[in-house]
Every structure is written in C-alpha cells, then in structure tokens.
Design a protein around this ligand. Structure first.
Ligand code: BEZ
Ligand code: FE
Length: 294
C-alpha cells in the first residue's frame, strides 16, 4: 500500500492487525490506534509537540527503576489507575470501596501479631488502629490476611529512603476469630507523591499540586472473598477534595481521634499526644454480585 494520507492511514494501520493471534490484544491495539490518531487530529498535533511528547515518555522511562515507578505515577496522576480500579471493582452497596494501589506496596512485609507496633520506629505520632473484617451479612471473617503500609510524618515510605533496611510503617497481620484486629503504628499525614521527575514537571506545568490526603493503605485477603485493595483517609485533611491521584471515596474517610495523653487502647500510658482509628472492612464474596457502588 502506497500514497497513504491523513484520511486513509488509520484504516490501513488497523488492516495490518488482521493476522493477530490474540483477539483481546487485537481489540486493545485497534482501540489504542483509533484513539491516538483521533487525538492527533483533534489537537492538530505539531511535529515539535510530538517530539516533546516522545522526550517526556523517554524521561519517564529513564527515571524508572525497581524503586521509582514513574509510569505508575503517570497513570495515577492522569486518573487512569483510578478508572481501571473503578471498572474492575464494582461491588454491592455496603462493601468497602476499592481505591488505587500506588507504587509503594512491598511483597513479604514482616509479619506482626495483633497489638504489635507496625510503625517499627517510623517517624510520627503514635496511632492505635482497631478494626474488623466482615462479609456483607455482618459475618466475622477470621484469619483474613491484612497488609498495611503508610508513609512516615516526613511523607516518605520506608522504601524511598536510600539506605536499604528493615520495614517501617508496613506489615502483615491476621484477623482474630471474631474478625477483629488491632495494631499500633503512626498517625498518617498528607504527603506529596514523588514530584522531582517528569511527572512532577507535568503537574507543575498544568498548575496541579502533587499532594495526597493522609491515608493508611490496606490490602485484605480471605478465602471465599474478593481481595480488597483500599485506603482509609483521615477526615479533615485539606487535600481530600484534590487528591493528586483521584483516589478519595467518602465511604473511606474516617475520624482519627486525637488524644493529648493518657491511657491508650493497648493499656499503655502515653505521655504525649496520640491518635486512635477504628474502621470496619466489608468484603464481597467471590460469588457475590458485581454491580456498581451507589
Ligand atoms: C500512595 O498512596 O502511596 C501513592 C499512590 C499513587 C501515587 C503515589 C503514591
Ligand atoms: Fe500512600
């Protein structure tokens, strides 16, 4: 095929996909080509602009390594991660909503018993977390695996520190026979996503800030139930309505109660301020309905 022009090129590219063996790949690539071509036509993309675009994606690739995942940040800040999360986690009303995974989960975090200090020396004010894992009918889910991770009060996850060391502010525990769990950690604070790279430059150029409202990450697994990946957000945070990655759901906002000093839920006496948080997670059964939260 020769003399391809701006009017014929899209259909000609798509015609080259006819031999694709994987029908889903063919469907996805067909749609991507159609949308990319439509975008270039829509904005009448100049050659200089496209060169800048290629340079930007090159920079995103160059800064990415096993610790810094700039492509996830790009997907998150464009709202694509949250859209994919929403499309794939339609649940009945009453189930805990899902939100973005983010780039800071670590496999094989240390295992803790209920009551342990998951903060493990992370910088921040103490926080005592209690909660329950249940099904939609209120049934207790015992022995659910609960992964929790959070940033310290300087806004950094342990894996963002240059020196590789033990885990701080992350760990795994299991719910007790009545579905309850409790642990100590540090009080979540709002923090900016990494913004010293191309995604940060993109946000600045768009007049956007990089901040996320204070939150605790949870991933909960239990046999017979769908995996839940979510956060609990801290009520009153000034970034709840402008989260840089669009992850906030009203149902996930909870009150972190602040105490000046006194007896903590674990029975210890705290001389300085601390907070308490209580949250119930409701999982969808694997054979449960798959409809949109209302
Ligand atoms: C996080 O909450 O850990 C996070 C999510 C998206 C981008 C960066 C960080
Ligand atoms: Fe986070």
């Amino acid at each position: 095929m020769r003399n391809i022009d701006e009017d014929t090129i899209t259909q000609i590219v798509l015609a080259r996909h006819t031999e694709a063996e994987n029908p889903r790949l063919k469907q996805i690539m067909t749609s991507i080509v159609q949308h990319l071509h439509a975008f270039a036509r829509d904005v009448q993309l100049s050659e200089e602009e496209w060169f800048h675009g290629i340079q930007f994606l090159t920079d995103v690739g160059h800064i990415t390594d096993d610790k810094r995942q700039e492509f996830i940040l790009l997907s998150d800040t464009l709202g694509l991660s949250m859209l994919v999360t929403a499309l794939n986690n339609r649940k009945p009303r009453g189930c805990t909503e899902s939100t973005v995974f983010g780039p800071f989960f670590v496999e094989d975090a240390p295992h803790y018993e209920n009551g342990d200090d998951v903060g493990n020396g992370a910088k921040g004010e103490p926080c005592f977390v209690t909660g329950r894992v249940t099904g939609l009918d209120g049934e207790a889910i015992a022995n659910a695996r609960i992964d929790v991770w959070q940033a310290d009060s300087d806004g950094f996850y342990d894996v963002q520190y240059a020196e590789a060391g033990s885990a701080h502010g992350r760990g795994t525990l299991h719910s007790l026979a009545d579905g309850s769990f409790h642990f100590r950690s540090i009080t979540a604070e709002s923090y900016p996503i990494p913004h010293d790279g191309p995604v940060g430059r993109m946000l600045a150029a768009l007049g956007r800030h990089p901040w996320r409202p204070a939150h605790l990450h949870f991933m909960i697994d239990a046999p017979g139930y769908e995996r839940l990946i979510t956060h609990v957000f801290r009520s009153g945070d000034k970034y709840l309505d402008s989260d840089a990655v669009f992850g906030v759901r009203s149902s996930l906002i909870a009150n972190w109660e602040r105490h000046e000093s006194g007896k903590a839920p674990d029975g210890s006496h705290q001389e300085s301020p601390f907070s308490t948080l209580d949250f119930t997670f409701v999982l969808n059964r694997l054979d449960g309905e798959r409809h949109r939260n209302q």
